[in-house]
Design a protein around this ligand. Structure first.
Ligand code: 5GP
Ligand code: MN
Length: 340
């Protein structure tokens, strides 16, 4: 585990201090921490008078640009522009929660045209692709790194800043359940709540709101979950798939089915849980993987072209489900077994 050095902090703070104009980006198919950390810093910089524009790319030309419905409550969404309106060469480009350049999708080219780029992230697998990098893999969420930036910059955490940061914190800690939830995480949560944000409404929007179509799809895809007890050197694998036709039948977008893995991974018969999610249009498979800690899924997914963390990681496959499953089984078969 590595936290940023003092030099990394100084360089990042100098770049943000001097910037009168910043372009902010997060990864394709953004989650709560990607959007929350980006909009939290964006709202704080805008409040101090910086010109801010934010966006995220798409994974393919077929994919529409849309904020996932679960995050439509976020303040400061007006900072977002569609990818085609994102400036070619913002003076300072800042990326959030994005472990590698390819995860910027259609906006990855901005790394080449922007004169300076700052990578703000907490992925162990981060490739440090910025001219400046602030990567803390001991942080529970990228939102924690952003809170550190705001404090060092002396910028106030208002409710408009706190709601997105809390969203990042609560999503990446699984509502303060995961191992990365330290006393400092709870202290940060307390500071954010003290601004008056409605954490109950935030949690309801993220986890306790879905369409009836989603409830039905969840039943179907969970019912066809399969178990291979011999996979991962005998630790076991459970998997299911959400195909484009399933999404279509229930009127859902790919971003609506992020939570399926959280149900599948509760099966105690297997160490590793996987959901194959098929992109409408391209047919590519977004592979969500989780372990209970004995397998480093971040390392496994890096070997398959993706990345992530020990307990949660992912990648994209351009093969069919059967071939993708074979490749994954092979990678799991040689993965070392870690102590608890
Ligand atoms: P999820 O399964 O929730 O989409 O992703 C789990 C974790 O793996 C997140 O931290 C996410 O950023 C990371 N991840 C998912 N897909 C990819 C990928 O294709 N490449 C990389 N580098 N990380 C990914
Ligand atoms: Mn994150």
């Amino acid at each position: 585990m590595t936290a940023p050095s003092e030099r990394d902090w100084v360089a990042a703070l100098a770049a943000l201090d001097e910037a009168t104009e910043v372009g902010l980006l997060c990864h394709v198919g953004p989650d709560g921490d990607a959007l929350g950390s980006m909009l939290g810093l964006g709202a704080a910089l805008r409040a101090r008078g910086t010109k801010v524009v934010a966006s995220f790319g798409t994974a393919s030309p077929e994919e529409p640009f849309a904020v996932p419905a679960a995050y439509s409550f976020l303040p400061a969404l007006d900072l977002l522009v569609p990818p085609e309106q994102f400036p070619a060469d913002p003076k300072l480009l800042v990326t959030f929660d994005t472990g590698s350049a390819d995860r910027l999708g259609s906006l990855a080219d901005r790394l080449e045209t922007a004169p300076q780029s700052l990578v703000v992230d907490h992925h162990t697998t981060n490739t440090r692709y910025g001219t400046l990098n602030l990567v803390d893999d001991t942080a529970a969420a990228t939102a924690v790194v952003v809170a550190g930036l705001l404090d060092r910059l002396g910028l106030e955490i208002t409710a408009e800043v706190a709601a997105p940061l809390y969203t990042g914190l609560v999503t990446d800690t699984g509502s303060f359940k995961y191992a990365a939830t330290t006393p400092a995480v709870h202290e940060l949560a307390a500071r954010l709540l003290a601004t008056g944000i409605r954490h109950d409404l935030i949690s309801r929007a993220i986890w306790d709101t879905a369409s009836l179509g989603y409830v039905r799809l969840l039943g179907e895809v969970c019912a066809r979950t399969e178990l291979d007890p011999a996979a991962a050197g005998g630790l076991g694998l459970v998997w299911t798939s959400v195909l484009a036709e399933d999404l279509d039948r229930h009127g859902l977008a790919l971003s609506d089915v992020e939570g399926v893995i959280d149900v599948v991974r509760t099966a105690q018969e297997a160490e590793v849980a996987v959901v194959f999610k098929q992109e409408p249009g391209t047919g590519a498979l977004r592979v969500s993987t989780r372990s209970k800690g004995a397998i480093d899924m971040g390392a496994v997914c890096v070997s398959l072209g993706g990345g992530g963390h020990r307990f949660a990681a992912g990648y994209t496959s351009y093969e069919d489900v059967a071939t993708t499953l074979d490749q994954l089984r092979a990678a799991l078969g040689t993965a070392p077994h870690l102590p608890a």
